[in-house]
Design a protein around this ligand. Sequence first.
Ligand code: CP
Length: 304
Amino acid sequence: MKSLLTMNELTNKEINQIISQAQAFSEGQMWLPPEHVAVANLFFEPSTRTKSSFEMAERRLGLHVIPFEAGTSSILKGETLYDTAKTFESIGVKALVIRHNRDHFYDELSDYLSIPIINAGDGCGNHPTQSLLDLMTIYQEFNRFEGLTVAIIGDIKHSRVARSNAEALTRLGAKVIFSGPPEWFDRGNGAYENIEKAVETADVVMLLRIQHERHSDKEQRSAHEYLQAYGLTKERECRMKKQAIIMHPAPINRGVEIDSDLVECERSRIFKQMENGVYIRMAVLKKVLGEIKGGTLDEDNHKK
Ligand code: CP
């Protein structure tokens, strides 16, 4: 795995290996690189979870994190993403974690950089590490993917999380159904269900934030109207299957896609997803760096 750009690049076996490695990290396994390895996180869109959990993962692996803030960088002087990335490669960074608002931003980079790129979210495109941490959370709960029904509910059209998860979950044997405002769904996405059926039949109810920053029109409904029409209300939660869980990639808009009281309810795995994100990102960094030509890192460097 030179880079991780979309879930399509991972085989089912590789997905399972990354989840197993992340689980081992969560249970205390340690792995440190044998030499000075520097990485950089280039975030051109706001982020709380992905940026901070990559940084936590990098620090736990003993990597050196070279600071970068888009708002104080030479991007403001007109420098391109490509020249920014080449600069980090030139100064000795061994991997780049990049979030950008442009779909497929990596198309202009991946053939021209010798260092791996980890996609931390591209526009409405893909968010592979979010998908991996979601898969880890589901697997911890059910010990399988086959036969599960996962309802992805909300702003499907603009969600990179929906895209990455639908592709991976389907391939792993889960049934994925979608619900939410019909205008944010097209038939190419998969099977659409009304909100009541989606909530009642799912093993995993995965809610999505309205991606206002990617909409040309402002949402016309009030928060209350949206919650009643398409969100997870307390009444709907009562009709979920007994063992079903609630997930959300966050950031959450409480009282819009989910009733605020459900965010930390017994069924919710929302903060567990964030915890798992650190271990998944450790596993992805280990895999990406371990496969650099010449083997920057080696497999014997485990510590219990
Ligand atoms: N889930 C997610 O990508 O959150 P951030 O935008 O805060 O990174």
